[in-house]
Design a protein around this ligand. Structure first.
Ligand code: ZN
Length: 284
């Protein structure tokens, strides 16, 4: 009897501990992830890609603390299908999207008073981006319309869609590579995943302004520049990826955001280089 009650207490403790260790802090992001996944399954079924719909349906998406930036997400097919998204990244993304949404709202308010807008933000490309940012229709008809929240949701949505669709592409195309794979094998698998994702986005008009990946890279940039000591190689990696995304983007909106983020990137590279040189001088 004693053993039994000890077991019950232990079990309660375990349940309590498990719940305490996994707080629901990512609820809004988890909801968005399931929305994107459900839409992908429906879209694949409706276009007669039944086997791909089954693959996406059987892929578990997990937000994990064990994936440090600059790694944003990865697709795994070892013990069942999985996509791991970095929890550090999700926090950085939410922070960046909230700040960008606030800037957009403030700059839009003074779009007919350029001198006020200029005083508010010296980044003229960001001002152009804010002016061109589309109104978010589904909120515009309600009385409690909060444009800032709607913009935040849209930014979060395009970034998460871009990430998830790329990782779904690894699964649907069976395009995986190991950490020890050759550069050619890695590049081929990445191209296949990206091809599937781009086709999907074009077919279903996802992120028509092509800003999802730029938002992701900008969020990582903002995060790493807080830690100047280790960021130099990450900045070069980010800069390379930003160039690729910006060169292939066509919309005016993406070109304004690209110019604004590239400007920040250049400043960060200069700062990081100065830090690196001064640090090296000190330790010599
Ligand atoms: Zn990939």
């Amino acid at each position: 009897m004693k053993t039994h009650s000890t077991f019950v207490i232990l079990l309660i403790l375990c349940v309590y501990r498990a719940d305490a260790l996994t707080p629901k802090t990512f609820g809004d992001v988890e909801d968005k992830i399931s929305e994107i996944k459900t839409s992908a399954i429906i879209n694949q079924n409706e276009t007669n890609h039944i086997s791909k719909a089954v693959i996406i349906g059987s892929t578990n998406v997990i937000i994990s603390d064990n994936l440090p930036l600059p790694r944003v997400a990865m697709a795994l097919n070892d013990n069942g299908r999985e996509i791991i998204i970095s929890a550090v990244f999700i926090r950085a993304l939410r922070h960046y999207c909230r700040r960008l949404a606030n800037d957009i709202v403030a700059l839009k308010r003074f779009s007919n008073k350029p001198s006020v807008a200029r005083r508010l933000h010296r980044d003229t490309q960001l001002t152009k981006f804010a002016e061109a940012f589309p109104l978010v229709d589904k909120y515009s008809a309600t009385d409690t319309y909060d444009y800032g929240d709607a913009v935040y949701e849209r930014l979060l949505d395009v970034s998460l869609s871009d990430i998830l669709l790329h990782e779904f592409g690894h699964h649907t195309e069976d395009a995986f590579h190991s950490f020890r794979a050759t550069q050619l094998a890695i590049s081929n698998a990445e191209k296949e995943a990206e091809r599937w994702s781009s086709n999907y986005k074009a077919t279903f008009a996802i992120d028509e302004y092509e800003i999802g990946r730029i938002v992701t890279l900008a969020a990582v940039l903002e995060f790493v520049t807080r830690d100047t000591e280790n960021s130099q190689h990450i900045l070069h990696w980010l800069s390379y990826n930003l160039d690729i995304s910006c060169n292939s983007a066509q919309s005016l909106l993406s070109s304004y955001l690209c110019d604004s983020v590239k400007h920040k990137m250049e400043r960060s590279l200069v700062d990081s280089n100065k830090y690196y040189v001064s640090h090296r001088t000190r330790v010599q």
